[in-house]
Design a protein around this ligand. Structure first.
Ligand SMILES: [Zn+2]
Ligand SMILES: [Zn+2]
Length: 227
């Protein structure tokens, strides 16, 4: 399909991108979580891991302590960049609705050649985050100051900046966030935090939005400079 260096199969690329996100944000690759994210069984993950170990994308014993190899990490960064550029292509140029771009990008990203990737980057103005606010590989420090909503207290003002990849994967959650306007760029205030209930209430455009901690930990905001 592409010229030059061997590229992983689309299936392996999907694994690599999720592994990149796990290593980036949680410092480790958890097989059970990966199975859940990719919607496959633990047995399928085990088989794919074996293949990926054989082909030197990952190292580590069995399903425990799996890590990306240098080659694997470069391939993971490549597919992550292509995914994020494709999301922007769909949103900005093809005017596809925000809820659809993540899934649609998954269908297209594997086919982008290095040449097309470069053209897209130029045309899109070299973005450093995807439309959901997740960092392109190499730009992680630019989003480091954004805090998960679970780190905020009642009364805090915040600008929503980022919906984590793990939330992008969750169609119901994305629908809810879009309906309620909890999206990058939105101004919000924390109205109430109820730790016993594991909920946090935001005011967004005059409306109250209740989020459970399990969702709120995947949404990041920026505090105003004076706060
Ligand atoms: Zn995405
Ligand atoms: Zn995205």
């Amino acid at each position: 399909m592409t010229s030059g260096a061997e590229r992983p199969t689309p299936t392996v690329e999907d694994y690599l991108m999720t592994m990149h996100v796990m290593e980036r944000d949680y410092g480790e690759i958890v097989a059970a979580r990966l199975a859940e994210m990719l919607g496959v069984s633990a047995a399928t993950v085990a088989v794919t891991f074996k293949r990926m170990q054989r082909d030197n994308w990952i190292c580590g014993k069995g399903r425990k302590s799996v890590r990306l190899t240098e080659t694997g990490r470069a391939a993971a960064h490549s597919v992550t960049r292509r995914h994020m550029l494709t999301e922007w292509l769909l949103l900005k140029i093809l005017k596809v609705d925000l809820p659809l771009i993540h899934d649609e990008a998954h269908n297209i990203e594997h086919a982008l050649s290095p040449h097309l990737e470069e053209r897209l980057r130029e045309i899109l103005g070299d973005p450093h985050v995807c439309p959901h606010g997740n960092p392109f590989p190499g730009y992680e420090s630019e989003v480091g100051g954004w805090k998960p909503l679970t780190a905020l207290a009642a009364g805090d003002e915040v600008v929503i900046r980022r919906i984590h990849e793990f939330a992008e994967e969750n169609g119901e959650m994305m629908d809810y966030l879009i309906q309620t306007g909890v999206l990058p760029g939105a101004q919000a205030q924390v109205v109430e935090v109820l730790p016993f209930n594991q909920t946090l209430t935001l005011a967004v455009k005059g409306e109250r939005v209740i989020l459970g901690y399990s969702a709120a930990r995947y949404i990041f905001g920026e505090r105003p400079a004076s706060a």
